[in-house]
Design a protein around this ligand. Structure first.
Ligand SMILES: CCCCCCC/C=C/C(=O)SCCNC(=O)CCNC(=O)[C@H](O)C(C)(C)COP(=O)(O)OP(=O)(O)OC[C@H]1O[C@@H](n2cnc3c(N)ncnc32)[C@H](O)[C@@H]1OP(=O)(O)O
Length: 260
């Protein structure tokens, strides 16, 4: 039984809707990652499902990214387990044979942006409070190579380099201009727009679309698969450094003080 991920049958045949519900901010905790992987595996094996709309149950925050509390003050074994789960989610999403459409109905930083970038199409609600991007450098950390490659595959090398170096969080219109999202629509039309684009994608025969998706994505997937263990060790080494721990603690404190 999943608590942090809700899967519903969509209003159209063959479409499921997967909703994030991990209050307060839909951070990707270890439990949330594991529940997502299980839900995605079930959907992947369900022949009746051809497409999945991915969204947040409550508008405001799509995903707050990786859970910073999983990466602060823990031991190396925990960091390794956490990072393996992050890799697993990315591999499931990026290699999914289903059509994935992200209906971005809230803030979408870092790991949240990465999850949306694995989708085949991104529709974002036109709300200036919502931003999207790989903002890792703003936290004093570096987006791993497979985060970078997923962005490069979406927006091209130059735009990705600039966005990554600056850690830019783009509001909807700018995100559309850069190509990080494919469509921006009024907030109240987000779900209908996602279903409408899903219908267009489902009009293509599955086998042809799936083989094309694999052809386009396999080189990027293979890069991680062939060095998965090394990537885990690299993450554990970096995240355990005092300077990185200090940077993350400072960032978390800033988030907490924002309220007070
Ligand atoms: C060095 C080796 C390489 C490492 C690579 C690692 C790659 C990392 C990828 C990531 O995803 S890092 C996480 C990036 N995420 C962010 O920068 C988002 C941070 N959060 C926000 O900007 C805001 O919280 C929000 C999502 C826009 C929501 O704002 P809102 O005003 O609605 O809520 P807050 O009051 O800010 O937060 C409520 C509560 O939640 C805590 N929190 C927020 N984000 C996270 C998070 N990502 N992980 C854990 N906890 C988070 C926040 O601290 C508040 O906690 P309390 O004060 O209530 O205790």
């Amino acid at each position: 039984m999943s608590h942090r991920v809700l899967v519903e049958a969509g209003p159209a045949a063959g479409v499921a809707v997967l909703k994030f519900r991990n209050p307060p901010v839909n951070a990707l905790s270890l439990e949330m990652l594991m529940e997502l992987v299980i839900s995605l595996e079930k959907l992947e094996n369900d022949k009746a499902v051809r497409g999945i709309v991915i969204t947040a149950e409550n508008p405001g925050i799509f995903l707050a990214g990786l859970d910073l509390t999983e990466m602060c003050g823990r031991n190396p074994a925990h960091y390794a387990k956490y990072w393996e789960a992050v890799q697993e989610l990315w591999l499931r999403l990026y290699q999914s044979s289903k059509v994935l459409v992200a209906a971005i109905n809230g803030a979408c930083p870092a790991g949240g942006c990465l999850a949306s970038l694995t989708c085949d199409y991104r529709v974002m609600a036109d709300n200036p409070k919502y931003t999207i991007g790989l903002n890792e450098t703003q936290l004093g950390i570096i987006a791993p190579f497979w985060f970078k490659d997923t962005l490069v595959n979406t927006v091209g090398h130059r735009a990705a380099e600039q966005a990554l170096q600056l850690g830019t969080l783009f509001p909807p219109a700018k995100a559309l201009q850069v190509g990080i999202v494919d469509q921006v629509v009024p907030e109240e039309q987000l779900q209908s727009a996602a279903l409408s684009v899903m219908a267009q994608w489902l009009a293509i025969p599955d086998h042809a679309r799936q083989l094309t998706k694999t052809m386009m994505r396999k080189p990027t997937v293979d890069q991680l698969v062939k060095q998965r263990e090394a990537d885990i060790q690299s993450f554990v080494g970096l995240i355990s450094q005092d300077s990185i721990q200090r940077a993350l603690q400072t960032y978390l404190q800033k988030l907490r003080q924002k309220k007070g």
